[in-house]
Write a protein that binds this ligand. Structure first.
Ligand code: SF4
Ligand code: SF4
Ligand code: FES
Length: 302
């Protein structure tokens, strides 16, 4: 779900009622608690919760860090939809007609306390698809002598997936995870595709077999609720469809892709790097202009 920039310009209702679903692990009690917050323009749901914690109830527990949609740790369910609290303007979810918002911990995750959930299973699933480069040239990986080459169109195959911030919103929105807790889920499956697509990696066979299971990519119903809530426009639902097609190609021995080669050492500071002749460019990139003005690598001063 993209951030609503326009909402930051709107003024929220003067006073917003924040209904928080709380949980106490000692007594195992769950209850709804209401807080009234004096709202101002530009205030996010995270700001409102921190104001509550500071001024009304310091026992309220929540997780956050960057406050700018980067760390992925402030995921919670706001008015029934998984969102990043720091990227959700109060003006987006509350109005004069309905100055009330509800805040709950992420669905499909065990709750630790109040709005804090346990990500262990989510990260176990993420790890199970081996989210790192696996090469046959182990010696080069351990003692690199150069760089692995990658053309812009090849980078384009992974960059969208590399934007994932592991916030778990997609996982919380997935009805199949709710019904089948063993389902790998949108994030892990999307990440399997990210490495299957990465020309620097050579373990696509291993990963395609790994996801070709009862609880793997075939379990997805393609409801796309995961993609609808992703704050980074990663589109895990689309990734799972692409992964499925690669799984079938692999089964039929039709899956093929290039493996990157080791090229010379990294460029020196200020060195001009000509574009490789076989490079296919990203949409909107002017090849002629780039050829006239080769890319200059700018390294920070030492
Ligand atoms: S598209 Fe698949 S992974 Fe995404 S929410 Fe639907 S069932 Fe879950
Ligand atoms: S795919 Fe999107 S919603 Fe899912 S964990 Fe990554 S950033 Fe969050
Ligand atoms: S606090 Fe980091 S994403 Fe919200």
């Amino acid at each position: 779900m993209a951030m609503d920039i326009e909402a930051a310009r709107r003024t929220p209702p003067k006073e917003v009622v924040v209904r928080v679903r709380r949980y106490d692990p000692e007594t195992k009690k769950t209850w709804w608690q209401e807080f009234k917050v004096e709202a101002r323009r530009g205030m996010t749901v995270l700001d409102a919760l921190l104001k509550i914690k500071e001024e009304q109830d310091h026992t309220l527990v929540l997780r956050y860090s960057c406050r700018q949609g980067i760390c992925g740790s402030c995921g919670m369910v706001i008015n029934g939809t998984p969102r990043l609290a720091c990227q959700t303007q109060l003006a987006e979810v509350a109005s004069e007609a309905r100055p009330v918002i509800t805040v709950e911990p992420l669905y499909n995750f065990p709750v630790i306390r109040d709005l804090v959930t346990n990500f262990t299973e989510f990260f176990n699933k993420h790890r199970s698809v081996k989210p790192y480069l696996i090469r046959k040239d182990k010696e080069e990986q351990e003692n690199p002598k150069g760089q692995y080459d990658m053309f812009p169109d090849e980078y384009y195959q992974i960059y969208q997936y590399s934007s994932c911030v592991y916030c778990g919103l997609c996982y919380a929105a997935c009805p199949v995870v709710a019904a089948d807790p063993q389902f790998l889920g949108p994030q892990a499956l999307m990440y399997a595709l990210r490495f299957v697509n990465d020309v620097r990696d050579e373990a696509w066979g291993e990963r395609l077999i790994m996801v070709d299971t009862e609880h793997g990519c075939h379990r997805c119903h393609f409801a796309a609720s995961c993609s609808a809530v992703c704050p980074k426009a990663v589109d895990p639902a689309g990734a799972i469809q692409a992964l499925r097609s690669k799984v079938f190609k692999y089964r039929l021995h039709l899956f093929k892709r290039r493996v990157s080669k080791v090229i010379g050492p990294p460029p020196e500071k200020g060195e001009r790097v000509p574009l490789p002749p076989e490079a296919t460019l990203l949409p909107g990139v002017d090849l002629k202009k780039l050829e006239q003005e080769p890319v200059v690598i700018q390294l920070p001063p030492e």
